[in-house]
Unconditional design. Structure first.
Length: 471
């Protein structure tokens, strides 16, 4: 049996106390009693809404062979016969196990942060590096105070490339996470006014993102967006943090990893790039100039790890957009015919809105069709939120959008800013938005759906596709 961890190593790493007859090892780690698999350890983390200790019985029923529980909760565990490792704090112990995983690993470690494109870049890296060796990467968007330690603790010892997404919406959140990840390569995709309601300025966001430099290993590299207005500021912070090498990616002529040409195609995009002067032509399975920039950062990082960049580039032809991150669907209309729906419902901020509107502008509607933007408000933008929403009128005009449907209070500012010739309608709730969308769509239209995740625009997409679960 190949164990992820022997229980002996777990106990040592977490300074835990064994209770019961310990199994020799575990096959995996879970913090969700609903999805745990046979032979895995269940870590009973206490979150904001739920306490994992309340779900230990369900975890056992679903196959958990070992529980990691808090000393304070042990009296309530008395009736359970499944072996346990008792610790002072479960989340802290998960982090200590993650540190042990990093210490035993010989993998090349890449950490990714940024205001936009973290998850996409992480998935492109996964696809690119799998052609050269065993890859371990964050699941979904596991990028916070429990997601990063969990991802680290799950990293098999034989991993060759480890990829970690690190997120934040307040200053100081990246620092403790990069401390345990200790990357060889740190990527910042771009700095933009996401979560700016929690910051005094965009420069403060950049400084918070720069926390990722603090634990880059000696001889490591920072890979930064050369087209970002904050490139020089980030480069300075990287140097001050002791990062030995700083390289840029983007369309700027001084980029080490440069996008020289981009052409959207029906199947994705064709790219012409240079990686430290090595010229390459490649196909990408997804559209979007912003996606091309993410791919460029990923291929640059792959080159730095020593991976086979040729194989990595070929693999990008198989890329597919993730759920809510650019998936394209054909919507069958009530009166017959079809329209194209671009699902960008996962989240939104000013930078990602502008990027996806630009991509909408590069797509050609069918005969008689229009470009339609279905936009939800962007949250956590602070006192200038209305200004950021009104400013979307620029990308909307540049993209040649014909109709703008909106939801969310702050989107009223955009509706008021729309010029003559652009039809606009604001909706009070999702049901009204769905009704207006159905009445608006006609054959040949291309519709973009994008907004902050809390609005639930994924439900709108499901309704339009006819895939919404019956409630």
């Amino acid at each position: 049996m190949s164990w992820l961890w022997t229980t002996e190593d777990m106990i040592s790493a977490m300074d835990g106390r064994p209770v019961g007859v310990m199994p020799e090892g575990i096959t995996g780690i879970s913090i969700d009693s609903r999805t745990i698999s046979q032979g895995e350890a269940f870590f009973a983390i206490k979150g904001d809404r739920f306490d994992g200790h309340d779900f230990c019985t369900k975890a056992i029923a679903n196959g958990a062979s070992l529980l990691v529980v808090s000393e304070a909760k042990l009296p309530a565990m008395g009736r359970l016969r499944t072996p346990m490792i008792v610790v002072r704090d479960v989340l802290e112990s998960l982090s200590r196990l993650g540190e042990a995983a990093r210490a035993r690993s010989r993998a090349r470690i890449i950490a990714v942060t940024g205001s936009v494109g973290k998850t996409t870049t992480k998935e492109i890296l996964r696809t690119a590096l799998e052609t050269s060796g065993a890859v371990h990467a964050s699941d979904k968007s596991f990028n916070n105070h429990w997601g990063v330690p969990l991802t680290l603790a799950r990293m098999p010892e034989n991993t060759q490339f480890g990829i970690f997404e690190i997120g934040m919406n307040h200053p100081g959140e990246i620092r403790p996470l990069v401390k345990i990840v200790r990357p060889h390569i740190a990527i910042i995709t771009i700095v933009a006014p996401a979560h700016i309601g929690h910051f005094s300025s965009i420069e403060e966001i950049a400084r918070a993102k720069a926390e990722i430099f603090e634990r880059v290993v000696r001889g490591g590299t920072a890979v930064l967006n050369r087209d970002d207005d904050h490139f020089e500021f980030l480069e300075e912070l990287a140097r001050k943090a002791g990062v030995d090498h700083v390289l840029g990616f983007g369309e700027h002529p001084r980029s080490a990893f440069q996008l020289r040409d981009y052409k959207a195609t029906r199947e994705g995009a064709l790219l012409s790039i240079s990686l430290s002067d090595d010229l390459m032509e490649l196909k990408m399975g997804v559209r979007g100039r912003h996606m091309a920039h993410n791919a460029l950062a990923a291929l640059g990082a792959a080159k730095l790890t020593g991976a086979d960049v040729g194989k990595a580039a070929i693999a990008l032809a198989s890329l597919q957009a993730g759920a809510g991150r650019g998936e394209t669907h054909t919507i069958t209309l009530t009166g017959g015919g079809g329209a194209t729906l671009i699902d960008e419902s996962y989240n939104a901020n000013p930078a990602s809105m502008a990027a996806t509107l630009d991509e909408l502008g590069q797509m050609t509607p069918g005969e008689g069709g229009r470009r339609i933007a279905i936009l939800g408000e962007m949250r956590e933008l602070g006192e200038r939120s209305a200004d950021y929403h009104a400013a979307l009128v620029g990308p909307i005009e540049a993209a040649g959008v014909d109709v703008v449907l909106t939801i969310g209070d702050d989107m009223q500012a955009l509706q008021e800013a729309l010029p003559e010739g652009v039809e606009g309608r604001h909706c009070d709730d999702l049901d009204e938005l769905a009704r207006q969308t159905r009445e608006t769509l006609r054959e040949g239209d291309i519709a973009l759906v994008k907004g902050s995740n809390g609005l639930g625009l994924s439900r709108l997409v499901a309704v339009l596709r006819g895939t919404e679960a019956k409630r």
